[in-house]
Design a protein around this ligand. Sequence first.
Ligand code: FES
Length: 120
Amino acid sequence: MTNEPEQHSAIDPALYFDAHIFVCCNRRPDGHKRGSCAARGSEALRDYMKARVKEAGVPHARVNMAGCLDRCEDGPCLVIYPAGTWYKIETREDVDRIIAEHLLKGGRAEDLRLPDGRSA
Ligand code: FES
């Protein structure tokens, strides 16, 4: 057993999606100390992203709603696999930029990224 991060390996099947996007849509009660992404508008942004990804014809991509991704204080947030890139999304313009810069061009919307690395 090692402490190395999980990697996609040659013994694994081909990726089913080129980009699998998980948007946190967790909702906590008002006043909860951690807040929640849904309380900050993530559900509408997820719906918008799903529609825009389809309209833009992004190949082999899927947008899913997710439960809490444990980066609540940084939310609303999403993560794109297999890249493992995390973004904070606050507006439709943020979503448009992630689609254009990450999903269509293969780059990164750098100023929207959450810090890399694990918390522990
Ligand atoms: S509520 Fe969204 S990451 Fe926890």
